[in-house]
Design a protein around this ligand. Structure first.
Ligand SMILES: [Zn+2]
Length: 186
């Protein structure tokens, strides 16, 4: 296990669409990716992490929404880590009912914004051994899973706020110029 580096915007990998993990790829490399992502998430600390945030373009996320409320040791690490790995996650059904939550992101430091997402989502995914699952996620759990799934599409929370807010944030953080169509000029 290793703590990986977390990429931050405007790193170009964060806007790439990830590729599905194939049937023959549930191997040692995938197992290592999952355990490294979990260790990196707990070290941050965070409640979810997507592979592209660490520069890997496989469709893999880890989540542990209970991490912020669970018991921790003196180093701030959970004493009973129970993360869930979702490989190739897909939304089967989403509630019309929305929930607004002030989201932050390890790849977008010092930025929080209210974002509305479906309150309940039914997700189909594979675990790290390739076993298929279907599960409903609700409320905060649903927010975390949807946030991490956005990363697999190359979408970060900055892409869900106004162009003006996004431009202001990026201008403050970097020397990057934002074109009128919202794309970035390096
Ligand atoms: Zn994020």
């Amino acid at each position: 296990m290793a703590v990986l580096q977390i990429l931050t915007v405007p790193h170009p990998v964060l806007s790439k669409k990830c590729r599905a993990v194939g049937p023959g790829e549930f191997d040692a490399s995938l197992a290592r990716l999952v355990s490294d992502l979990a260790e990196t998430m707990y070290a941050a600390p965070g409640v979810g992490l997507a592979a592209p945030q660490c520069g890997d373009l496989r469709r893999v996320i880890v989540v542990d929404p209970g991490n912020c409320t669970g018991e921790q040791d003196e180093d701030g690490r959970p004493t009973n880590p129970r993360f869930l790995a979702l490989v190739n996650p897909q939304v089967i059904e989403a509630s019309a009912d929305k929930m607004v939550y002030e989201e932050g992101c390890l790849s977008v430091p010092d930025f929080e914004e209210n974002i509305a997402r479906p309150r309940r989502v039914h997700i189909r995914f594979l675990d790290e051994r390739g076993v298929p699952w279907q599960r409903w996620f609700e409320d905060y759990d649903a927010i975390v899973v949807q946030h991490e799934m956005d990363h697999l599409e190359g979408v970060v929370i900055l892409d869900r706020v106004s162009r003006l807010k996004k431009g202001r944030y990026l201008a403050k953080r970097t020397k990057v110029r934002v074109r009128h169509d919202g794309s970035l000029e390096y």
